[in-house]
Design a binder for this molecule. Structure first.
Ligand SMILES: Nc1ncnc2c1ncn2[C@@H]1O[C@H](COP(=O)(O)OP(=O)(O)O)[C@@H](O)[C@H]1O
Ligand SMILES: O=C(O)C[C@@H](O)[C@H](O)C(=O)COP(=O)(O)O
Length: 321
């Protein structure tokens, strides 16, 4: 069935302030470049750039930053009709990045009173959701009420209407109170999702454990709704597991790394694009990894999202060796 959207992403659309000066601690960094950020916003922008029809559900502040985010996303091809403008004075989440070296990057997030976490259940529009084949949920949207309840409502409505749920674990320590709390909400949504994507560390958060094993994780989740589970292991590559018992391994592509962040979001965007285009899981892993390799070589996460041609060129170049 033809629908207006391939994907609707739900969660934060914020601002990244990336250090312009490299190899320097943040204390000594004087200049930052502004980009739209927030994992689900990055995934939406990356998917739209690849040609998917993309919508977004979130809340942005009624100020210059909110308008910057909305304009940028609309220009990138994301439908912003369900990006609610906050009327209670909440602010944009900020992510300051420190690029100490290509291996040592950190993110300092300012997430007090951020508009995205004030999305309310009554602001989730069932008719909008019905227009999409899939719904991408960011784990951070579950960190605090009322965004938590709004997200759970979207999950229920997606299930009711046969919309595939993709759960991007997207764990950020900020705004979560305890590990138990994270594990409870992550498990709840993962069990109701069709596709779950996360790093090994994020699955450990979901399981409230350390050094967890992929086979244990998938055995647990496959008792529930998930049909496809992706577990990322950084530069060591990633795995995709299907409920039917197939395992696929994706290698990381070689690249000149500038910074480490942005990998996960670009991976998710290209992985979903490839799956949506009917390319199969093995190829989707390649698209995700190649997209991430391109983004870690560039300064931003959102602006750096590659086109399908760039991804395909990298795969063709490195897979022939
Ligand atoms: N240094 C790197 N060089 C090339 N590819 C990378 C690098 N780091 C990550 N990737 C790619 O990005 C994917 C996601 O990275 P990962 O670090 O696991 O996720 P996240 O950014 O969400 O923490 C990896 O599976 C890999 O394909
Ligand atoms: O998600 C955020 O709020 C910050 C992002 O915009 C930032 O670019 C980033 O940290 C992306 O990292 P990733 O999860 O490794 O893709």
């Amino acid at each position: 069935m033809q629908k207006k959207y391939d994907v609707i992403a739900l969660g934060r659309a914020c601002v990244d302030l990336n250090a312009v000066e490299y190899n320097r601690p943040m204390e000594e960094t004087m200049t930052f470049s502004k980009y739209v950020g927030g994992s689900p916003a990055n995934i939406a922008i990356g998917s739209a750039k690849l040609g998917l029809k993309v919508g977004f559900i979130g809340k942005i502040p009624d100020d210059q930053h909110g308008r910057f985010i909305e304009h940028y996303m609309a220009k990138a091809g994301v439908d912003t009709s369900n990006m609610i403008v906050d009327q209670e004075g909440h602010k944009t989440g900020l992510a300051f990045t420190e690029i100490l070296s290509p291996e040592e990057c950190s993110i300092l997030m300012y997430r007090e009173q951020v508009a995205d976490l004030y999305l309310r259940p009554d602001e989730i529009d069932e008719d909008y959701l019905k227009e999409s084949h899939s719904l991408v949920i960011s784990g951070t949207a579950l960190a605090q009420s009322p965004s938590r309840e709004a997200t759970l409502k979207a999950v229920t409505l997606a299930r009711k209407n046969g919309i595939k749920i993709v759960f991007e674990l997207d764990y950020r320590p900020y705004t979560w109170q305890t590990k138990d709390e994270t594990a409870i909400y992550y498990s709840l949504v993962a069990q109701q999702s069709d596709i779950v994507i996360g790093t090994r560390d994020e699955y450990d958060m979901m399981e409230n454990s350390e050094n967890g094993a992929n086979d244990v994780t998938i055995a647990q989740l496959f008792k529930h709704q998930p049909e496809l589970i992706v577990i990322k292991h950084g530069v060591e590559g990633s795995y995709a597991y299907t409920k039917e018992g197939d395992t696929y391994r994706g290698k990381a592509y070689k690249t000149k790394v500038l910074k480490t962040f942005g990998a996960g979001d670009s991976y998710a965007a290209a992985f979903l694009y490839a799956l949506n285009s009917g390319k199969g899981i093995e190829t989707a892993l390649k698209y995700g990894s190649a997209s991430a390799a391109i983004v870690v070589s560039k300064h931003s996460s959102s602006e750096a999202m590659p086109t399908a041609l760039e991804i395909e060129a990298l795969i063709a170049e490195q897979d022939q060796n």
